[in-house]
Write a protein that binds this ligand. Structure first.
Ligand code: GLY
Length: 573
């Protein structure tokens, strides 16, 4: 075929597709939406990945505790009832807003061990060693969760610490009922449990719905934390068990790493979107910066003229996401180690300039997009829980071991999993991590450095009042799931549960594909997108997020949005 003939055929095909698209543009089938209302409560609410954890958090609030007390209790309860992501061997981020309107953020992200090095996951030829950063003892970062809860407690806690920890000790001892989804998840991980450990761990059995799972060793670890404070984890018996076992398996975590770990209070990313003020996590979490970039990219467009989840809607968000994730890969890393131009990256003029190449006619190719040029250089499985207390304080926490059950290393005698957060570093430029995310020098491994995260615990205010507490797990899809829920509520007037139920999609620059929830989007929309050059991947994925959120309704009551993609549940009063 000669060039002009090929070109001719291409033109004909494009014309045909354009005509089909034009025919359908006016009559896109509406996206199926469940009109569901979530739990409504008068005063307080906790929404988390499991009912038992939400109940424990809510009970603390009922006893007169505040949102920060409930944070401590909920974090530990999730470590028992939701071991796939709830943790004491991982880390996370908290964004808060007090009833006086003060906002802040805590970083209790894991750190690279002192003995880590830039090329620790590469072989002699400079190639990535398969699974070394994801499975087993070498994948473990220094855990931050226990330092995090004590930092929160020391600054804001009101009830005695023992009262916040005891419910989780009791739950661990009494045992939990394995749910259907949990049994499936545990059974799927068995092979990896065996590969990562040198003994048969407690969870390495064939599980079915309704089975009882008791955690005696974890109960004892929690007792040491109850009695000795954070030293009950970072020093003494628990620390020794952790380090001995990791080193027995060939890992590099040391007692010194544990001893020097500190959680850090950080200034969150705060920005305006329309009438709303949004506060989200800053680096080493990329969520706040990317959320600000994407929302500011779409702000000039009139969403009241664009139907929710329509071709145009998906195009607009995808193009904004594509540009933001390209910046993420190039610029972002731990601000304690690299100079990240946060103000320039979230500058409206810069963002508008980035969006100038966007066209409604066809997809921008990710290969044509790189990070932007800045004017100045200044500055599956995770889990999220949202809490509002009767005093009006709000807490938004995302916490993780990274992938499900983290490194799968289950501390012998300690009864808990250790994270595989080291995979969130960029182990080799140009080689994607487990979420397909690329990174640059800014996110290279260095001793004591924190790995870049996508976690996006977020609080939305309107006219100086609390409006929404939101967040989700989902690796690289965290940012876009939080984004879509904010837009669902503020631009499309959805209730919280309706918003959480709504089908979601995701684009992260590379790979250049729109990831869509199966059966969530109509075939005409998909055909239109394909005609414009968008690649679509539709599959059941563990990582489109499980959003747990709370919305303050106009009459002051709270509506929970608990994601039924998991066992997530809202409890309140
Ligand atoms: N481990 C997933 C994240 O922090 O983004």
């Amino acid at each position: 075929m000669n060039f002009s003939k090929k070109n001719d055929n291409f033109l004909k095909r494009t014309l045909l597709l354009t005509c089909i698209s034009l025919l359908f543009i006016q009559c896109e089938a509406p996206t199926k939406k469940e009109k569901t209302t979530g739990l409504i409560s008068q005063k307080a609410m906790v929404v988390s990945a499991r009912e038992e954890a939400s109940q424990i958090g809510s009970d603390i609030l009922k006893k007169g505790g505040n949102a920060f007390d409930a944070m401590v209790a909920t974090q530990l309860a999730l470590a028992v009832v939701y071991p796939v992501a709830g943790n004491i061997g991982g880390g996370g981020f908290m964004v808060y807003r007090t009833n006086e309107g003060k906002t802040g953020a805590l970083d209790y992200r894991e750190k690279a061990p002192l003995a880590s090095s830039k090329d620790m996951y590469l072989d002699k030829e400079g190639n990535m060693i398969k699974q070394k950063s994801t499975l087993g003892a070498m994948a473990v970062g220094v855990p931050g969760a226990i330092a995090g809860i004590f930092e929160v407690y020391e600054k804001f806690g009101s009830l005695p610490i023992a009262e916040l920890i005891q419910p989780s000790i009791d739950l661990a001892r009494k045992g939990i009922n394995v749910t259907k989804k949990q049994a499936r998840s545990l059974n799927r991980a068995r092979e990896k449990f065996a590969l990562a450990n040198n003994y048969t761990i407690l969870l390495d059995k064939e599980w079915k719905e309704g089975d009882k799972l008791q955690f005696e060793e974890l109960a004892q670890t929690l007792e040491r934390i109850r009695d000795q404070g954070k030293d009950g984890f970072y020093k003494g018996e628990t620390a020794k068990k952790m380090v001995d076992y990791v080193q027995e398996l060939g890992g590099i975590l040391s007692l010194k790493d544990l001893e020097i770990y500190k959680a850090v209070w950080r200034k969150p990313v705060t920005f305006n979107y329309k009438d709303y003020t949004i506060t989200s996590m800053t680096l080493p979490a990329s969520g706040g910066i990317c959320l600000a970039q994407i929302l500011k990219s779409i702000e000039p467009f009139d969403l009241s003229k664009i139907k929710h989840n329509s071709t145009k809607y998906i195009q607009l968000l995808t193009e904004a996401e594509r540009r933001s994730y390209a910046d993420r890969a190039h610029f972002l890393g731990d601000i304690d180690f690299v100079d990240v131009p946060v103000d320039s990256l979230t500058n409206t003029e810069y963002i508008n300039k980035r969006m100038r190449s966007f066209s409604w006619d066809k997809a921008t190719k990710s290969s044509d997009i790189s990070h932007g040029k800045l004017k100045g250089y200044e500055s599956d499985e995770t889990t999220h829980y949202s809490i509002v207390d009767p005093f009006g304080n709000a807490v938004s926490v995302t916490t993780t071991l990274n992938t499900g059950y983290g490194s799968k290393v289950f501390v012998k005698g300690g009864g808990f999993f250790l994270n595989n957060e080291m995979d969130d570093f960029s182990a080799k430029p140009g080689v994607p991590n487990v979420y397909g995310l690329l990174g640059s020098k800014a996110n290279a491994i260095a001793p004591e450095k924190r790995m870049l995260s996508s976690m996006t615990p977020t609080i939305v205010e309107q006219n100086g009042k609390l409006k929404m507490v939101v967040g989700t797990p989902g690796g690289s899809t965290i940012i876009t799931s939080v984004l879509q829920n904010i837009i669902n509520v503020v631009d499309y007037g959805m209730g919280m549960q309706e918003s959480v139920n709504s089908p979601r999609f995701h684009h992260q620059w590379l790979p250049d594909t729109v990831l869509m929830e199966p059966n969530g989007f109509d075939s005409i929309t998909k055909a239109n997108l394909k005609a414009k050059g968008y690649h679509i991947t539709e599959r059941n994925t563990l990582i489109i997020g499980k959003v747990d959120a709370i919305l303050v309704l106009p009459n002051g009551t709270l509506e929970g949005g608990a994601d039924h993609r998991g066992d997530d549940t809202a409890v309140g009063f």
